[in-house]
Write a protein that binds this ligand. Structure first.
Ligand SMILES: Cc1cc2nc3c(=O)[nH]c(=O)nc-3n(C[C@H](O)[C@H](O)[C@H](O)COP(=O)(O)OP(=O)(O)OC[C@H]3O[C@@H](n4cnc5c(N)ncnc54)[C@H](O)[C@@H]3O)c2cc1C
Length: 461
């Protein structure tokens, strides 16, 4: 299988909880040429200046990180290559993100309360039945959300630079600054101006193809390729998607993921993804369009986009005073392909660790400060990642298993558990009796799925 490469020294890696490799490098160690120097436990006070941190990338991870840093007294610079970037994305966000990040309701295009899960044989199950009146899945356009978060970072005191990060020179001595090389698009020169900048720490929030990850030899991850078309459909058809989103499962739309129709302000986003059969992505996209044909007929494709989605965290997410967050770190859940909330949360958590470790910008930080962010993030979200990983392995492996999955989704208890987990980002403890019923139903569904698979195999012999 292909993977996104960031040139890690894979020889020193062990496995982490999600099955991805982890570095076994000692903590508090700074590479100096070929030798290793150990950083002191308490980092030095900064004379007559505040800690200076560069955030590379202005998506949800970068915007959230920069805002938290600036609010915490850190001199913050955010470098974003494209300020009107329209990240290819379904734009679905959980309800808790609206509250936790204080998002104004006018940047949310749609509030989805009806999520239709559609099986390979087109059995449709509505999985929003247990939602309370004030609960919904938010649908945003990324160009709107990202700009909003960046503007808030600016308002908090961060400097936002329109520039392309090129490379990072690591310090040759402990406590020295990093040198960032970038192209500054200041409008004065065609193609921008090459510049450098010195900073004490760097947050890599530059997405799946992260150059910061490459700079620190962060290593590879598997990735899915996701393809999406934005389709402007007639108003009467748009009415159907007013509060509704659809997820299609089946070998036709993706061998290992799902196809979707997500509503936006005046159009729908139709897409699909795959890890295992990347070269056939256009064929899966055509199949998704075909499945939704009746509902999007007469629509005009206004934008076509594709982008990688990381499958698991990178082998290395922190090195010295450089940390990766969001897609650059690899924080997208399996099964649902969700990454916006985890990007913003990891950006914020990483920035909080820097603010705390530097005593609001008065001290230099070291790797142990950044490792606190990793420990907190992993502890908080490990169950969510693990559950979704297992769900994908069990239910996305064949059409009969997907039929079983959709059948299971009709159960109100399953709906409540999955929706609560999605909306509030906690793996909700259930009731023992209902859990037992669910286990029996699941086994029943899987037995039926396997029986069906055997019958289908006989038919094709
Ligand atoms: C088709 C598709 C559909 C998806 N649907 C959903 C969904 O519905 N819900 C969900 O939660 N997640 C979804 N995801 C995943 C989600 O898009 C990502 O997890 C999320 O965008 C990660 O945010 P980020 O800030 O880490 O990275 P990004 O959003 O990728 O932001 C990185 C930023 O860095 C900038 N940048 C990159 N390189 C440089 C450089 N060298 N110099 C300066 N700037 C740079 C980019 O311009 C960009 O603005 C989807 C992904 C895809 C591909």
């Amino acid at each position: 299988m292909a993977s996104i490469s960031s040139g890690a020294g894979a020889a020193t890696l062990r496995r982490d909880f999600l099955g991805s490799a982890l570095e076994s490098r000692p903590k508090h160690a700074i590479p100096l040429g070929r030798s290793i120097i150990r950083a002191s436990k308490s980092s030095p006070k900064l004379p007559n200046r505040r800690l200076r941190v560069a955030v590379i990338g202005g998506g949800p991870a970068g915007g959230a990180a920069a805002e938290t840093l600036a609010k915490g007294g850190i001199e913050t610079v955010l470098i974003e290559r494209k300020l009107d970037n329209c990240k290819p994305c379904g734009g679905a966000i959980p309800l808790c993100m609206v509250g936790e990040f204080g998002l104004p309701l006018d940047i949310i295009d749609r509030r989805v309360t009806k999520m239709k899960m559609i099986s390979p044989s087109n059995v449709a199950v509505d999985i929003g039945r247990t939602l309370k009146p004030n609960e919904y899945i938010g649908m945003v356009r990324r160009e709107v959300l990202d700009a909003y978060l960046r503007d808030r970072a600016t308002a908090s005191g961060a400097e936002v630079i329109n520039g392309l990060f090129l490379q990072l020179d690591t310090p040759q001595r402990p406590n020295e600054q990093y040198k960032i090389h970038y192209t500054h698009y200041d409008g004065s020169t065609l193609g921008g101006q090459r510049k450098t900048m010195e900073v004490d720490a760097v947050i890599g929030a530059d997405g799946a193809n992260s150059r910061v990850a490459k700079s620190i030899g962060a290593g590879d991850y598997e990735y899915a390729i996701a393809f999406q078309e934005r389709v402007k459909i007639p108003d009467d058809k748009m009415e159907y998607y007013q509060e509704r989103a659809e997820m299609y499962v089946g070998d036709d739309v993706s061998p290992d993921f799902y196809g979707w129709v997500f509503p936006k302000c005046d159009h729908v986003a139709v897409g699909t993804g795959t890890v295992t059969h990347k070269s056939q992505i256009k064929q899966f996209q055509a199949a998704t369009r075909l499945r939704a044909k009746d509902k999007i007929e007469g629509g005009k494709i206004i934008r076509v986009e594709a982008h990688p989605i990381p499958e698991h965290p990178r082998p290395r997410r922190v090195l010295d005073r450089v940390a990766l967050v969001g897609d650059a770190a690899g924080y997208v859940t399996k099964c649902s392909g969700e990454g916006i909330y985890f990007a913003a949360k990891s950006g914020r958590m990483c920035a909080e660790a820097i603010v705390e470790g530097s005593e609001n910008g008065a001290r230099l930080i070291d790797e142990s400060d950044l490792r606190k962010y990793l420990a907190k993030f992993d502890k908080m979200y490990w169950p969510t990642y693990k559950v979704l990983d297992i769900l994908q392995k069990v239910f996305y492996r064949s059409n009969p298993a997907r039929e079983a999955f959709v059948e299971m989704c009709a159960d109100e208890y399953v709906q409540k558990m999955t929706f609560d987990s999605y909306l509030y980002k906690t793996v909700v403890p259930g009731s023992p009796l209902d859990d037992l019923k669910l286990a029996i139903n699941t086994i029943g569904s899987l037995v039926r799925a396997n029986a069906l698979k055997r019958e289908m195999a006989k038919l094709t012999l």
